[in-house]
Design a protein around this ligand. Structure first.
Ligand code: GCO
Ligand code: MN
Ligand code: MN
Length: 391
């Protein structure tokens, strides 16, 4: 059984350098790291060992902010060597527009034009770096794009500036022939009190106001929608429906807590099951990117357990989804709940004046319709039995 859950390249499992590379530092810790940092090349080797398909990075995960050109070249060479050795690819890259002090009040949405221009410069350089390693998706997560108070920042200005920046960078990507697709990642808060465009749904609305909406989609993250108390799979479904699911950040997170970034499948089994079922059924073929961290209790062996666990849980949910779909008793109840008998076909679907007139005149037995039990209790318990291995 265990062998069925081995990751393979076709599963497209990817991790960020910053995920397996996390030192376990948090804001309550002293400066001693729990785990000593590994070089980007060694992190690639670690990911190769656990069976990942790809690795993604922020500009500064690979090249420290103040590296000299010679240092940068050396790191890039070693990183490339590790990619060649392991066969890992780099599907996505992004810019760190949140760690440096200059971004304390935002990057693209800062009130200060010098900060906005610096952010553009940093993003262009990050795009150059990503393209050098073959990235085709460029993620924008605006961790500092927001406020703690609205005394001096205006969200309308913020949106205008964010739009200008994305339009500028879209033209830049095209002028360089990079062919990037942009993926916008929403988060409700943390590190800002409130981050602009806090949900995937908000991002989807905003994208339509850009100069080239066709090159821009979303990168929804499970933890971020759970922090906002939302149903992640529903957000992903809306993105898919809009043709905008360009990337996805998988992890785990309790509702209404601080950002936890747990191993995928650690906590929210049912939500994760429905998510994987959805992704597999619609045929999403982008990266399954794990944006999560190992517990602070772990050494690098534990980091490998963490990374393996993310992929294994995904594959277990995928297998459970297959079993759910093949289970005759379950499927009979699903079909029954839909009450498909074609009797309403004449009223539903596209509008016509005749249809509308006939429907207005029709008499429904409202109480009989409402009185039908849908058997969701039974079905849901069958799912629990299936997930817990007793079905
Ligand atoms: C977070 C975010 C980040 C982004 C990353 C890629 O909560 O910190 O999820 O991890 O995904 O910066 O843009
Ligand atoms: Mn996150
Ligand atoms: Mn993320």
């Amino acid at each position: 059984m265990a062998n069925n859950f081995q990751p393979k390249p076709e599963h497209k499992f990817t991790f960020g350098l910053w995920t397996v590379g996390s030192s376990g530092r948090d804001q309550f810790a002293t400066n001693d790291p729990i785990r000593n940092s590994l070089s980007p090349a060694d992190l690639v080797r670690l990911l190769g060992e656990v069976g990942a398909y790809g690795v993604n990075f922020h500009d500064n995960d690979l090249i420290p902010m103040d590296a000299t050109p010679a240092e940068a070249d050396k790191i890039k060479k070693e990183f490339r060597k590790a990619l060649d050795e392991t066969g890992l690819v780099v599907p996505m890259a992004t810019t760190n527009l949140f760690s440096a002090a200059i971004f304390k009040d935002g990057a693209f949405t800062s009130n200060d034009p010098k900060v906005r221009a610096y952010a553009l410069q940093k993003a262009m350089r990050g795009m150059d770096l990503g393209a050098e390693f073959g990235a085709k998706i460029y993620v924008f997560w605006g961790g500092r794009e927001g406020s703690e108070t609205d005394v001096a920042k205006n969200p309308l200005e913020g949106l205008k500036h964010f739009r200008e920046a994305l339009n500028f960078l879209g033209e830049y990507s095209n002028s360089q022939g990079y062919g990037y697709k942009f993926a916008l990642e929403a988060k409700p808060n943390e590190p800002r009190g409130d981050i602009y465009l806090p949900t995937t749904g908000a991002m989807l609305g905003f994208i339509e106001t850009l100069d080239h909406p066709e090159m821009v989609g979303v990168n929804p993250e499970l933890a971020h929608e759970h922090m906002a108390g939302l149903n992640f799979m529903h957000a992903v479904a809306q993105a898919w429906d809009a043709g905008k699911l360009f990337h996805i950040d998988l992890n785990d997170q309790n509702y209404a807590r601080f950002d936890q970034d747990w191993r995928f499948g650690q906590q929210s089994w049912k939500q994760s099951f429905f998510l994987v079922k959805f992704l597999e059924e619609v045929g999403y073929n982008g990266s399954r990117h794990f944006d999560a961290h190992a517990f602070r209790t772990e050494d690098y062996e534990g980091v490998k357990d963490f990374a393996r666990g993310c992929m294994r849980s995904y594959l277990i949910f995928k297998e459970k989804a297959r079993l759910f779909n093949e289970d005759k008793e379950i499927q009979a109840l699903v079909a029954e709940s839909k009450a498909e008998d074609k009797s309403m076909d004449k009223f539903l679907g596209k509008f016509s004046a005749e249809k509308a007139a006939e429907l207005k005149a029709f008499s429904f037995d409202r109480n009989a319709i409402a009185g039908r039990g849908l058997k969701y209790e039974k079905l849901d318990q069958m799912l629990t039995d299936l997930m817990l291995g007793v079905r």
